[in-house]
Design a binder for this molecule. Sequence first.
Ligand SMILES: *[C@@H]1O[C@H](CO)[C@@H](O)[C@H](O)[C@H]1NC(C)=O
Ligand SMILES: *[C@@H]1O[C@H](CO)[C@@H](O)[C@H](O)[C@H]1NC(C)=O
Length: 241
Amino acid sequence: MIIDPSSLLPIVALLLATIQPAAANTEKAIFIAPETVNIPLKGPSLDDLNLHVITPSAWSIRANLTRVFHAVTKDALIGSATWLLLDQLTPGQRYEFRVCWAAIQPTDFALNVYELDTVWDTPELIQSLAEYANLRRPSSKGGQESSPEGQEERKSSVLLLHIQAYADYFTDNASLMKDPPPVLADLILDPYLYNVVPRSLLPTIGYLVLVGMVAWFVARSIASKLQAIAVTAETSTKKRN
Ligand SMILES: *[C@@H]1O[C@H](CO)[C@@H](O)[C@H](O)[C@H]1NC(C)=O
Ligand SMILES: *[C@@H]1O[C@H](CO)[C@@H](O)[C@H](O)[C@H]1NC(C)=O
């Protein structure tokens, strides 16, 4: 007796269905890292912008992102924008960037990645970036002095990520409708393995393969035992006749 491996498919499908994360939302952007460029380029120095930096080795941060309501800002880049620097990427590598937030903070996210040149050459983007950098500046005042002449030129594959967060709820509470509180979010950079599978999915896939293999061997051993019983039963009935 042979067990058709496809008979395991329903089990695998069932397992997949149970693995969904609970009460959390995810928005993602998938992109290919660009060629390396010389930094600093023309335009403002990246380090002076004092953005959060995410790299393949420091690939996750948790941050409070400011929100606005859709209706408040139709032209919209102002107030709601968060900018991040994605640095030290591998050119040509496919990445997924995810924002994960709790379902109790209903939010719409819009994610866009831009190459540096695109941002420097687009007035709305450079304005939004400058405004965001300005908002972040006070918090860093006491901290590290930036040394203008210590700016070494380096080569790196970088992208600027623009996140817009829109509060997506209605409440009678006037103050909550006027100023939505920031949303706490996990920001995650996830490289694709061989540009096919997000790296973070590997444990899940490994687990499913393992479960599948165990199920297969268990099923096979049960089947051969059943077969043995059937054969003995058959011969004993034959003998009796
Ligand atoms: C985000 O804001 C909440 C509430 O103000 C605060 O408790 C939390 O520590 C903040 N988290 C981060 C990562 O800034
Ligand atoms: C509205 O929400 C804020 C923040 O959660 C809270 O401090 C305030 O008491 C609420 N006001 C009313 C009228 O419920």
